[in-house]
Write a new protein. Structure first.
Length: 394
């Protein structure tokens, strides 16, 4: 018999989850903010015969397993990840089932990233829901491939591990050799937050090293980083200097772990976000110092931003450092021009002026900021402002 699976929140994680858990299952996808035709377009990789898309809360009654893939953005006022949307649906699920006298305990699998405080809140649902926290570890740009071939599945729960194992076996075509690790909820929360915080720390470390080298005579930072990376204990990933760690997950997950360490006397983890903010401010200051808003002929300096994504291959500008930089410079009254064919029609960026032509963009800009460089920037090395150590390979 097909398992009736509901996916609540059909963004990147929801779509990847739909792709994996669609075997011997009837899927219903629910999203309030994203329109149904758009979701249907995003589902081209699935056999849509068994997939329904809805915006009706009846979804909470008619299914057995619920994946929650809702946003948990950082919220300044609580200094942590905001789980209000997620808990709203957990209460609703509990309430709907009570009102309609559905006494079976539904299974809830949370894929949204959780902060520590959520573990205590989840205790409340112990008697009404079987809760599993299965964090997602994919990197953006490769989410569909990586979710079909994860290195491991980490599952925090107090519910039955045996049930989840057989569910995965029945409803996915995942390789049977992929290790499944069952942990407490707290351990799973820490694994997810600590992995992203570790990557942020690594990025911050290489960025500080690059800033130090830039102030010295006789240090070619690509040489130093290249040689360090040859040691297999260090390796060569997450070591390319940039305008800072960014993206949807690294900054917010790092802030969340830093918040968990708030009352501890340690210094390292708390200071990783500070290192990133410090770098950002020093980049803005450097640009302002060497490129005044007005040029000697009285016209404004035109600053170009080459691509808004955080890294090569990422189509998600959420939390983009280049975007943050663009905003900071726009606030200082520079004339700003963005080149990014991927996002030029995105309504979220209607406050930015896009250049649709690469040649014109290169000509018009006095300075071009590029978090990541590529062949397109050949010929304008003298206008480039980047920390990408791959500079020589252009
Ligand atoms: N994107 C990543 O690389 C990634 C990786 C690992 C974990 N995560 C975590 O997974 C979670 C989801 O991330 P994502 O990248 O899929 O986000 P997303 O923004 O792509 O998707 C979230 C979806 O939820 C929907 N939504 C928002 N509010 C809603 C509401 N009130 N009711 C119903 N639907 C609503 C949105 O329309 C959107 O489609 C977050 O906690 C994130 O930290 C993301």
């Amino acid at each position: 018999m097909n398992v009736r699976i509901a996916i609540i929140g059909v963004g990147k994680v929801g779509l990847a989850t739909a792709q994996v858990y669609s075997h011997n299952a009837t899927l219903t996808l629910f999203d309030l903010k994203k329109r149904i035709p758009q979701i249907k377009r995003d589902l081209t990789h699935l056999n849509t015969a068994l997939v329904r898309v809805t915006s009706s809360e009846m979804i909470l009654l008619r299914n057995d397993v619920f994946f929650f893939c809702l946003p948990t953005d950082y919220n300044q006022s609580v200094s942590d990840l905001d789980t209000d949307i997620l808990f709203h649906y957990l209460y609703l699920l509990q309430e709907h089932r009570r009102l309609h006298q559905r006494y079976s305990k539904p299974t809830v699998i949370i894929r949204s990233t959780l902060p520590f405080y959520a573990v205590t809140k989840l205790e409340e649902f112990k008697n009404t829901l079987n809760v599993y926290y299965m964090p997602e570890f994919f990197t953006e740009g490769n989410e569909l491939e990586q979710s079909l071939k994860p290195n491991q599945l980490v599952i925090g729960t107090e519910a039955s591990g045996k049930w989840l194992k057989s569910f995965i076996k029945q409803c996915t075509t995942l390789d049977r050799n992929i290790p499944l690790y069952f942990t407490t909820l707290k351990e799973a929360v820490l694994v997810k937050l600590a992995m992203n915080t570790y990557l942020s720390m690594r990025i911050a470390f290489f960025n500080e090293l690059a800033s130090f080298a830039a102030d010295q005579d006789g240090i070619h930072i690509p040489t130093v980083i290249g040689l360090m990376g040859k040691d297999s204990r260090i390796g060569s990933r997450y070591n390319n200097p940039s305008f800072g760690f960014g993206g949807y997950c690294l900054p917010k997950d790092t802030l969340s772990l830093a918040n968990a360490f708030y009352s501890y006397n340690n210094v390292l983890i708390k200071n990783i976000p500070k290192s990133n903010d410090h770098l950002f401010q020093s980049i803005v200051d450097e640009i302002v110092r060497y490129h005044p808003i007005f040029k000697s002929d009285g016209t404004k300096t035109v600053i170009g931003v080459y691509k808004l994504g955080n890294k090569k291959g990422s189509d998600n500008p959420k939390g983009s450092v280049s975007l943050r930089l663009a905003k900071a410079l726009q606030d200082k009254d520079y004339e700003l021009l963005v080149y990014d064919p991927e996002h030029e029609k995105n309504k979220a960026f209607s406050h930015l002026t896009f250049s649709y032509e690469l040649i014109a963009f290169k000509e018009k800009c006095d300075l071009i900021l590029a978090n990541r460089i590529d062949q397109n920037l050949k010929g304008v090395e003298n206008k480039l402002f980047t920390r990408d150590a791959g500079l020589l390979d252009i």
